[in-house]
Ligand binder design. Structure first.
Ligand SMILES: Cc1cc2nc3c(=O)[nH]c(=O)nc-3n(C[C@H](O)[C@H](O)[C@H](O)COP(=O)(O)O)c2cc1C
Length: 367
């Protein structure tokens, strides 16, 4: 009996297995609106065998987008376009659909990766960025404006408005993007937050923006719909947040009624390098799970089915998320089920793939 393929319940949402497609920016939207690319891409992943697909970072205000091609949920047009895509995924796919709500902060106004990935230059329609402190992400990056109380309230309200749009669209789960050096993470990190008011300094103060935003969003997301956060649980940088701070933050978010924490890491400055070894976030995810008791997801270089199975079976995390491996093999869930001798839901059009096709492989395994 596979642990990876056992169901899990988050709030009132039942996922058929513990495999999650990690949110992945496609840099292909039109002024924040999803289009045919997203229809094909997310439709494909909705039939990957994963229990849950989380839609890429979807930004709560126009200037909060990372690039000109990033998804947003700040206009009626954004909402209608994404509603069309999600209705399609639910009609044709087997996965539940989640969304990651985000604000890019000082990493906004940047080029798509294939355009260089740096800050937008003159002539590329750059825009002013905001952050807890007026400290750029790295050399040659925009210097953000230090947010005042009005900015903080506006962005918090923007998260709430986008969450309402996400609920109207019919998303099964909402995730707050509190990782990778984007706005909320940059409030938590002493590297990017050097404020001297109630939002900077002590851990309590650095947590305040994330906590207040989570509280405001939780107030409009009904308790039966799971709400969680992705954290950069490790910064991989001297002077950054500590593992103990991550535990304290996770506990505080749990106390605000969040249903899960997703452990990612890194991204606080342009020089930071994230590890590349298999399952590099598993040790911190295990601590979060054991020391807070919140449902925990882990991401990062999880590639093989047996690796994912061991993480869940050994109680190191409740769910695994895969990014690049899902792009490489968009039927990863099917193939993992085959490798682990488990069942995976398949859309009716594809039901003829299954035991008969796999029988020779199973016989070979047995002999
Ligand atoms: C093309 C691409 C886009 C990504 N976009 C996002 C994103 O929108 N939000 C996010 O939290 N992480 C994003 N990530 C990070 C992934 O979700 C994942 O955490 C990371 O790739 C590590 O997992 P992996 O080793 O399975 O790829 C992105 C990664 C890739 C490769």
């Amino acid at each position: 009996m596979s642990a990876l393929f056992s169901p899990i319940r988050l709030a009132d949402l039942e996922l058929s297995n513990r495999i999650v497609v990690s949110p992945m920016c496609q840099y292909s939207a039109d002024d924040g609106s999803a289009n045919d690319w997203h229809l094909g891409h997310l439709g494909m992943l909705a039939n990957s065998g994963a229990g849950l697909v989380v839609v890429e970072a979807t930004h709560v205000e126009r200037h909060g987008r990372i690039t000109h091609g990033c998804l947003g949920l700040y206009s009626d047009h954004n909402e209608a376009a994404l509603a069309h895509v999600i209705a399609h995924c639910k009609r044709i796919g087997t996965a539940k659909m989640g969304i990651q709500l985000a604000h890019a902060g000082r990493k906004a106004s940047s080029q798509r990766p294939w355009e260089g990935g740096g800050a937008l230059k003159e002539g590329q329609d750059p825009w002013p960025t905001i952050a807890p402190s007026a400290i750029p992400f790295g050399p040659n990056w925009h210097t953000p404006k230090a947010m005042d109380d009005n900015d903080i309230a506006r962005v918090r309200d923007a998260f709430v408005n986008s969450a309402k749009r996400a609920l109207r669209i019919g998303f099964d789960l909402i995730e707050l993007h509190y990782a990778h050096g984007y706005l909320a993470h940059s409030f938590l990190s002493p590297i990017s937050n050097q404020r001297t008011d109630g939002y900077g300094g002590s851990l309590i103060n650095r947590m305040r923006f994330g906590i207040e935003t989570a509280r405001a969003v939780r107030a409009v997301v009904p308790r039966h719909i799971p709400l969680g956060a992705r954290l950069s649980a490790m910064e991989w940088k001297e002077g950054g947040i500590t593992a103990d701070e991550t535990i304290a933050y996770s506990k505080a978010l749990k106390a605000e009624g969040l249903d899960f924490i997703d452990c990612s890491s890194g991204g606080i400055t342009s020089e930071t390098r994230t590890p590349t070894d298999p399952g590099y976030n598993v040790p911190i995810a295990e601590r979060v799970k054991k020391e807070t008791g919140i449902a925990t997801r882990v991401v990062g270089m999880i590639i093989k089915p047996e690796q994912g199975e061991a993480i869940v079976a050994e109680g190191k995390a409740d769910m695994i998320a895969l990014g690049r491996a899902m792009l490489d093999d968009p039927r990863w869930g099917w193939h993992a089920a085959q490798a682990l001798g488990a069942e995976v839901p398949r859309t009716q059009q594809y039901l003829r793939v299954g035991p008969k096709l796999w029988a020779p492989a199973a016989q070979k395994r047995a002999s």
